[in-house]
Design a protein around this ligand. Structure first.
Ligand code: SF4
Length: 346
């Protein structure tokens, strides 16, 4: 099942974790999404954080608690160290799995167009692998929903014995236990969003010009020598980002790759690598669409940040930001959290 090597940007620590964040700086304040933000109504959160796009993982984190996601962005130093070590261990397990299907080749990039070209070359090299019924790992997806550009990386796509295209998401766990229903709900939303974006891509709904305009890329920018050499080796003659984009989107839409038929999440114990269990995730397109629109409304400045509702006040008990959380303080002051809630367990 070996496929073409996966290219990684030599300027980035790893290709398999995150796509490049195109940002002109951080300029993050410690306003905690509170009063200062309310005063600055003209600036949307996307503008405030200088974000040209969002990652699917940003939205699934937001679905756990939007306020927590905002604090995670503004106060990363308050994140518990075990969370960081879990993420690192998760990355190693992902990498080991990725190396089972292809080698990683480091490529020198000279512009942000080159960095995105790497993702497109990887996408291009995986299309024939999928077409011939084989497994791919770390498949990049791009999409536009409600005017916001979204990017993600699907852990694995393969065909089942029945010929259905199945997405497999790998989640690592520190404890030797399956996660709570709430955690599974968050992970399920993430894989549903991958399917939503993937299906739109193979149906040709995303256009190359959406890609460059959202991210602020120069379509006519000549690709760096190293990128061109790797493209050539893979059988593609491309001189600019636009040519590569056109080729990638044309190949994708003419490929006959179907929509994803099944969604599965695999939970693995971090230390022992033991399989803790799998979840089959049902998919309701309209529901996914509504939910993502609701989350994007925050990013577009159409509503204020929200914390958890009373039914989920138990999440505050395990939250690194509970002592500084304005949402929680407001809820406690207004009554509901105080009466029932933060002691309520899952
Ligand atoms: Fe969300 Fe509760 Fe944490 Fe505030 S304390 S960020 S409402 S989980």
């Amino acid at each position: 099942e070996d496929s073409a090597p996966q290219l990684v940007d030599s300027a980035k620590p790893s290709s398999s974790s995150e796509l490049p964040r195109v940002s002109t700086g951080t300029n993050m304040t410690e306003n905690g999404g509170g009063l200062k933000e309310k005063r600055k109504r003209s600036q949307t959160p996307l503008e405030k954080y200088f974000l040209k796009y969002l990652c699917v993982t940003d939205i699934s984190t937001q679905s756990w608690c939007e306020q927590q996601m905002v604090y995670g962005r503004e106060r990363p130093e308050l994140q518990p160290p075990e969370r960081v070590s879990l993420l690192d261990a998760g990355k190693s397990i992902h990498l080991a799995r990725e190396l089972e299907v292809h080698n990683l080749v480091s490529v020198r990039t000279t512009s942000k167009e080159d960095s995105w070209a790497i993702k497109l070359l990887n996408l291009l090299s995986m299309i024939p692998v999928l077409q011939t019924g084989h497994r791919v790992r770390e498949f990049p997806v791009f999409g536009e929903i409600g005017g916001v550009f979204l990017v993600g990386i699907i852990d694995e796509l393969h065909y089942t014995a029945k010929g259905e295209l199945e997405l497999n998401e790998l989640k690592t766990r520190r404890r030797l236990l399956m996660p709570s229903k709430a955690q599974i709900k968050k992970d399920s939303f993430q894989v549903c969003l991958y399917k939503y974006i993937f299906d739109s891509m193979v149906q040709g709904q995303l256009k190359p010009e959406n890609f460059t305009s959202h991210i602020g890329l120069r379509p006519e920018q000549p690709l760096g020598l190293h990128i061109k050499a790797h493209a050539q080796k893979a059988g593609f003659t491309v001189a600019s980002l636009k040519e590569l984009l056109d080729l990638a989107f044309l190949n994708l839409t003419l490929s006959d790759i179907p929509n994803i038929d099944r969604l599965k999440i695999e939970y693995i114990h971090q230390e022992s690598n033991a399989l803790l269990g799998t979840e089959e995730v049902p998919y309701e397109r309209d529901q996914v669409s509504q939910e993502v629109q609701y989350y994007l409304a925050y990013w577009k400045g159409q509503r204020d940040v929200r914390g958890v509702d009373i039914e989920e006040a138990w999440k505050c008990n395990m939250c690194a930001y509970s002592s500084i959380c304005e949402w929680r303080q407001d809820q406690v002051a207004e009554g509901p959290f105080q009466r029932s809630g933060s002691k309520k367990s899952k």
